[in-house]
Design a protein around this ligand. Structure first.
Ligand SMILES: *Cc1c(COP(=O)(O)O)cnc(C)c1O
Length: 376
């Protein structure tokens, strides 16, 4: 059994993907070819925003808006402590300071109450200026944007949605990757919408930001190729990756997302009683980037993962360590016990195989193994 079965997806879409790649080889416009603008148009339409700016990966997608906004030394950027490292790394790359915030125990996403207290702490100490919050749509579930955006408005913060895992999710009909002042996603192969290499995108309704981003991704380009008006990056999505993403986006819209949702529901029915299954608040839809469950203890998690491994079922732990305890951030002075919810979740969480081509019989098999590992 595969954790994410990219070969099964390729088998299902082989003709379309092969043709798409061949067309790029034939026309030869490998950088910023026609498939890139077509994909940007499709993605913006799908999400329901005016602009999509593709780029080299989901990390640059977070970095570029911070650069466009001039975020830098002396600025505080609020980041959930329970996420992939890149969410905070980009903050440090522009010279600003990540301020870690604990999560909601049920959704695993940024807790708006904890955000409010973190902002007040920073405002009171006066050492940093609160500038941006980066909520993450962890495991595919959109963060609590109504709560977070209200707080951001009160404190004059910009909101950057990290939708690297969120593409396809929604909240009360509004699609993930359309929240905040700008939103990002990643096309890393194992993400809900993945390409065959690295890729990313920024989505926004802000015309001025969109035009800065289009310049920043090509070395701060001005009106012509050798006119540079700002310091930027080389961060473009390859035409071949865009060509691969077009048929994948079609399959994602037509059946893959529905299939993920159906599998998640099947998992939750089969696993209740053995593990704590993910909760999706009313009005929300997850893209199920991961199907993550909680064991009752760290020891039970180990036992369950080992039992699954013996049965040929791969599992992963997202994430072993919260960001405030990463050694890269030791100088920020956080200690164990500072973010109790995230720390507890890190000890008990694990993720099960999840992809649109997973057989329903796999879910039954996993449920049986977990039931017997539960009773020991
Ligand atoms: C994957 C991921 C990223 C980074 O995306 P890349 O394309 O790998 O650079 C950022 N944030 C989160 C939450 C992610 O899961």
């Amino acid at each position: 059994m595969e954790f994410v079965d990219l070969r099964a997806q390729y088998a299902a879409l082989k003709d379309e993907i092969d043709d798409a790649i061949q067309r790029v080889l034939d026309h030869g416009r490998f950088i910023m070819g026609p498939e890139v603008s077509e994909l940007e148009k499709r993605l913006a339409e799908y999400v329901g925003v005016r602009h999509c700016i593709t780029c080299a990966n989901g990390t640059d997608a977070l970095l570029l808006p911070l650069m466009a906004w001039g975020v830098g030394p002396g600025d505080a950027v609020f980041v959930p402590t329970f996420t992939f490292f890149a969410t905070a790394e980009v903050v440090s790359l522009v010279g600003a300071t990540p301020v870690f915030v604990d999560i909601d125990a049920r959704t695993f996403n940024l807790d708006p109450d904890q955000l409010e207290s973190a902002i007040q702490r920073i405002e009171n100490s006066g050492e940093l200026v609160p500038k941006v919050v980066i909520p993450v749509d962890l495991f595919g579930l959109p963060a609590d944007y109504s709560g977070i955006e209200a707080i951001a408005r009160r404190h004059n913060l910009l909101v950057l949605e990290d939708g690297a895992q969120g593409f396809g999710g929604s909240c009360h009909g509004q699609k993930a990757c359309s929240f905040g002042h700008a939103a990002t996603t990643s096309f890393f192969p194992a993400k809900p919408l993945g390409c065959y290499g690295d890729g990313g995108a920024i989505l926004t309704n802000d015309d001025e930001l969109a035009s800065s981003l289009r310049s920043l991704r090509v070395h701060g380009q001005g009106t012509s190729k050798y006119d540079n008006v700002r310091i930027g990056l080389n961060s473009r999505l390859d035409t071949i990756q865009a060509a691969i993403l077009l048929p994948k986006l079609r399959a994602f819209e037509e059946y893959e997302l529905d299939r993920r949702e159906w599998l998640a529901q099947t998992y939750s029915n089969a696993l209740s009683g053995s593990v704590n299954t993910p909760s999706v608040p009313d009005g929300y839809r997850s893209s199920w980037a991961q199907y993550s469950v909680l064991a009752s203890s760290s020891e039970e998690r180990t036992r369950m993962q080992e039992a699954l491994k013996s049965a040929g079922v791969p599992t992963m732990v997202y994430y072993v360590k919260p960001l405030h305890l990463q050694s890269a951030y030791r100088d920020l002075g956080y200690a164990e016990g500072d973010m109790p919810i995230a720390e507890d979740v890190c000890r008990r969480i694990f993720s099960l195989p999840m992809h649109p081509y997973l057989a329903p019989s796999a879910v039954d098999e996993i449920a049986t193994v977990l039931r017997s590992a539960k009773t020991g």
